[in-house]
Design a protein around this ligand. Structure first.
Ligand code: DSN
Length: 425
């Protein structure tokens, strides 16, 4: 409305990106499409406020509304994931990596041992990659998936017993199967480690009951809010009030040996430890997404995400594609392209030309580099938000196959556009 006049250059860029999203099929499993209400909150005057501190304990005046926004987001987060008073929620971390960083800094000392899933097996950068703060500041030990692509809980237990990590991380960015949080919890309990679950990818599925919940088993649960949860970019950190650690204050307020709850330690680490003022417009948009995710319509959506992923997987396999682990239980799948004579990068580029957006990805035990790995990762959250169902998944599998084999590019481009037009953003 205003932007077109005031800054046509940026307005044009936004229009171009909106058009790109409308006219392409987004199969990146960590992306989604937010509601207009979420967009409205992100662009609201809440963006103008500084509110360092927490509700009722702010440093600047004028924060009564910011307090209400934050408390509403917390209440809705707890309600959505059916949490009692033993859980606290921090809604201020700016995104997933800062949220994970806050947990590390609150619960661990630099040099402590942490165990997470190897990035090459489907973990996340913050789960111990040497290129990331986690791998630089902590002694990271990794667990892999098996050759077939499954978590091997006996092997994870063996590594845990040997390495004695102070914290175990369960969660992934490219694991197509159900994660057994109870098994992780048993391992963590046996060695006296914290269990942190990073449920960023599956948060929407957990909220809707389409993936088992980690909350019975974890000490801390982190998530982004913009993947299957379908909110704005942002993060939540859930932690148990009744789990205590030694106070890191030097000297501790209550004298040597003073303990604080892990929730308090995490709050103090987010602010003032790592950040200044929270983004209140983002918090309001998160609150909206949490309320949307509590509706029957969202439950149906999450079920359809999984149904669509299973359908897409089945059709791709019928067309000769090799799927890591032989299929999917959730919203994503990993395709090993080795038998197609293509690398992940070549496939990503070809598919993009056709209007099909995917990301190249390493496959477990990949012999190629992450810059040009052996696979691609695809998922259904975004397509499902557009209203696509099993019928469209069959067509999309055919489009992927045609693009990567024999098809005429211009014909495929037309088919992609026609499909997109039927399901506008
Ligand atoms: N970049 C995200 C993903 O695509 O899975 C993880 O943070």
């Amino acid at each position: 409305m205003y932007l077109k006049k005031s800054d046509p250059q940026v307005a044009k860029l936004i229009a171009a990106e909106t058009k790109r999203q409308n006219e392409t099929l987004d199969l990146i499993p960590s992306e989604n499409i937010v509601s207009n209400s979420v967009l409205e909150a992100i662009g609201s005057p809440l963006i103008n406020k500084y509110s360092e501190g927490y509700a009722g304990k702010r440093y600047y005046a004028g924060n009564a509304v910011a307090d209400d926004v934050e408390l509403l987001a917390i209440t809705r987060a707890k309600k959505l994931f059916k949490l009692g008073d033993e859980w606290s929620v921090n809604v201020q971390a700016l995104s997933g990596s800062p949220a994970n960083m806050a947990v590390y800094f609150a619960l661990l000392k630099p040099g402590d041992t942490v165990m997470g899933m190897a990035l090459s097996s489907g973990g996340h950068l913050t789960h111990g990659s040497p290129a990331n703060f986690s791998g630089k500041l902590f002694r990271m030990v990794s667990y892999d998936v098996t050759k077939k692509g499954f978590l091997d809980y006996n092997e994870i237990a063996k590594i845990a017993r040997k390495e004695k990590p102070k914290m175990i991380i369960a969660g992934a960015t490219a694991y197509p199967r159900v994660i057994d949080f109870q098994k992780f919890s048993n391992i963590a309990k046996e060695i006296g480690a914290f269990l942190m679950v990073d449920m960023a990818h599956i948060a929407g599925l957990v909220a809707a009951g389409s993936h088992p919940s980690p909350f019975l088993y974890a000490d801390v649960v982190t998530t982004t809010t913009h993947k299957t949860l379908r909110g704005p970019r942002g993060a939540l950190i859930f932690s148990r009030n009744d789990h205590m650690i030694a106070s890191k204050k030097n000297p501790p307020a209550g004298g040597p040996g003073t303990k604080v709850s892990i929730s308090r330690a995490i709050d103090q680490t987010v602010f003032p430890g790592l950040q200044g003022g929270p983004h209140d417009n983002q918090t309001a948009a998160i609150a909206i997404a949490l309320s949307e995710a509590a509706t029957p319509a969202f439950k149906k959506y999450a079920k359809q995400v999984v149904k669509n992923a299973k359908s897409l997987a089945k059709h791709l396999q019928q067309l000769g594609f090799t799927l890591i682990s032989g299929g999917t239980d959730n919203h994503l799948m990993l395709i090993d392209l080795t038998n197609r004579g293509l690398t992940g990068k070549q496939a990503q580029d070809k598919l993009e030309q056709a209007g099909i957006i995917v990301n190249r990805n390493t496959i477990p035990h990949d012999t190629r580099s992450p810059f040009d790995p052996s696979g691609i990762r695809i998922g259904t959250p975004s397509l499902t938000t557009r209203g696509m169902k099993e019928k469209e998944m069959k067509e999309i599998a055919a489009l992927i196959s045609d693009t990567l084999t024999k098809g005429s590019l211009s014909v495929i481009q037309k088919r992609v556009k026609a499909l997109c037009t039927k399901f506008p953003l």
